[in-house]
Structures are given as C-alpha cells and as structure tokens.
Write a protein that binds this ligand. Structure first.
Ligand code: IMP
Ligand code: MG
Length: 207
C-alpha cells in the first residue's frame, strides 16, 4: 500500500500558473494540489485497493456525501479497480461554515445493506475525526465483515484527542488551511473548482 503525500511544507501555488475559473479566483489564496496531482494519486489508491481486495466478492464502497462525491467517482469508477463492488451513498453533516458543530448527523442510507460486507468508507477529509468516528461506530452495529476508510485528505493538526480510528488509504496530508475544490465546499460553494485550493481567510471570516 502506498503512503500519502505530505504537502504540509510545500508552497501554495500562485493562481497565475494554472487555469482557474473566474468564478473562484478572487476568493482563493492559491492552489495547494493541482488536479493532475490529485488524479495521479487517486489512480494509485485505486490500484492499492484493487490489490488489497483481490478475489474479494463482497466489497461495499460507501460514499460520504456531498464532499467525497468527486473523489469517490474517480476512485471507484476507475479502470484500475479490478474487482466487483456494490455502491451506496450516505450523508453526514456537522459543519456550519468552517467550524464543526460537534453534532454529527448521518442520513439517507439503509445500513442493513452493509451486513456481512467488506466496507470501504470513502470520505473527503479526515479533520477533527468526529464524522468518521460517528459513522464507523454506526456501521459496526450492522455487523459488516470489515471496515476501512479511504480519504483524500488528512489534516492531522486538527485531530481531537481520543480519536482512535485511522484511515487505511490517504491521498495527501495537508496543513491546517481551509481547502475547497474537487468536491469540497465552504457553505456549499467552490465544489466545482478542479484543483484543491486554499480559501482566503477573509472569505470565511466575513460570513
Ligand atoms: P470532521 O468530522 O471534523 O473530521 O470533519 C469532516 C468533515 O468536515 C469533512 O467531511 C468535510 O466535509 C468537512 N471539512 C473539514 N475540513 C474541511 C476543509 O478544509 N474544507 C472543506 N471541508 C472541510
Ligand atoms: Mg464531508
């Protein structure tokens, strides 16, 4: 299995170097990870999962909406995913603006579908850890054969103490900046940005 790429000490790339839609430009500080870099890393994780689950016939890929939608698509609807799997989506919410409210809501999914399955939970970002802790706890009640987590991003500086889950598949380790794009949002905006960008502080402070 491949290690995540640690981008915590890398410079944020100035917007002039890439095509960025005018819609997003003025709210961004810069680009943290380009769409090409994301694509290459997601392809590798697809290969990792495909190897680890070789000959498995009861894989269930659970997408955590809305943020992981894009990552999930690129990861599982990928020609490197050389195995059968079932798909499903659930919805969690704990955020208002850039602050986690601490109260995780899980909806829109019949968890009975996970009984006896090897589940991979696909999430956009592992931040405080509240969402994935609550979600894996809930899944465990429905007796899956196993649970692993795939997340595109890991922001370790934000982790709450006592969080004892650890995603098996991680794309990138990122600094404590609020990031948007590639499906991730701020107040339901910026999801369509193709790269992973850093939002200007003044944008989320003013709202
Ligand atoms: P946690 O429960 O604090 O780990 O938060 C996980 C959820 O918070 C993720 O699924 C994201 O939706 C959201 N989140 C955390 N950090 C960011 C960020 O930098 N940008 C966008 N969404 C974020
Ligand atoms: Mg999310």
């Amino acid at each position: 299995m491949s290690k995540p790429i640690d981008v915590r000490n890398m410079n944020i790339i100035d917007l002039e170097h890439y095509f960025v839609s005018q819609v997003y430009k003025e709210d961004l500080l810069g680009i943290l990870i380009s769409k090409g870099q994301i694509k290459s890393r997601v392809d590798k994780i697809a290969e990792d999962i495909s190897k680890d689950y070789d000959k498995v016939d009861n894989l269930f890929a659970l997408c955590v909406l809305d943020g992981a939608m894009r990552f999930y698509n690129d990861l599982f609807f990928n020609e490197r995913m050389n195995l059968p799997f079932q798909i499903g989506t659930c919805r969690t919410s704990s955020y208002s603006g850039t602050e986690s409210t601490g109260d995780v809501k899980i909806a829109s999914f019949n968890f009975n579908r996970l009984a006896g399955k090897k589940v991979i939970v696909v999430e956009d970002i592992f931040d405080t850890g509240r969402t994935l802790t609550a979600l894996t706890k809930q899944i465990e009640e429905y007796k899956p054969q196993s649970i692993e987590i795939a997340c595109l991003l890991d922001k370790p500086e934000r982790r709450l103490s006592g969080v004892d889950i650890k995603p098996k598949y991680v794309g990138f380790i990122i600094p404590d900046n609020f990031v948007v794009g590639y499906g991730l949002d701020f107040n339901d905006q910026y999801r369509g940005l193709q790269h992973l960008g850093v939002l200007k502080e003044e944008v989320y402070k003013k709202k």
